[in-house]
Design a protein. Sequence first.
Length: 349
Amino acid sequence: MQWLRAIAAIMVVIAHIKIAIDLRFYGLSFAEFPLSPFPFVAGVDIFFVISGFVMAHSSRGLHGKVGAWKSFLLRRLARVVPLYWLMTALVIVLLDVMHVPVWADTTLTQIVASFLFFPAANPDGVPLPVLDIGWSLNYEMLFYAVFALFVGLRQRWALGGVFLVLALGVAAGRWFPPASLALRFWSDPIVLEFLLGIIVYLLVSRGFRMPDPARWLVGLCGLGLFLAYPQIDFTWRFLQWGCPAALMVLAAVSGRRETRSSIAEWAGNVSYAVYLSHFFVIRALLFALERGGIRHSGAWLVGFPLGVVLGTLAASTVLHYAFERPVLRWIRRHADRDLLTGVGAPTGP
């Protein structure tokens, strides 16, 4: 699983490297971008499926207990919020200091909504936070909120409630398109990818296991399906990319024995920081190359993507060990132990 988290993060980094190359090196407009033979941006879809699996797996000890929702939310918010708020604050400072044109049109509403994980329109009318990459975290927070509503119930009822709310929300959004931008965002079929992760968990929790050759075959089938559908279809994305992502997650978690690697642990642990920090590395490297007069050369075409990957790995490692882990330890030290462990009296049979 840790390797897959790392791969998903690097896929997103590669997707944005390609965009930067098309824009800056080849001078293309968005409409002129050539279709990538592989949908690297589908790393986000892998993240969503992983999230569904992890939420179902990690909440096993919370079902049927008093205050389960508080414990669940504190765990998730402690993991997600601090680094995202730090990076959002950093991008706000940079937009202001560097006098980026879009900053003049950025509203206080969008800034506040960004910190609250609420989908609000940016200056172009698109529901993106100030830190663009944070759009996926707005979906994560929706999933956390829905999961928290039911986590105190027995597992079958809790997971069933999550399925019902998300599926009905998507169906209602398709049949009765809401006028509200936030409701349109929350009812996008992409939220069904979290449910695919829960399905993978249910299979594995009931003893489904595969020998390694079968796991490789299933994982390669997922990879092949990504290759078969390189172009995004927003309506059917949860099938087009969500199902291949689910196959890859299933392959990753259905082994007959768990193998651990210190490199895999590091790669998985820094994946969240990779996801949030790579935009900054891309911008910084583009600025450095242009200031150094390195443009439209083979050195640029090779050095830029390599520099982004290495720079992002370095930056994310520093962020994880110097910020994420200390903050998480501080929260665990100062928060109510019962909330963090989920200890509480059963709510009933």
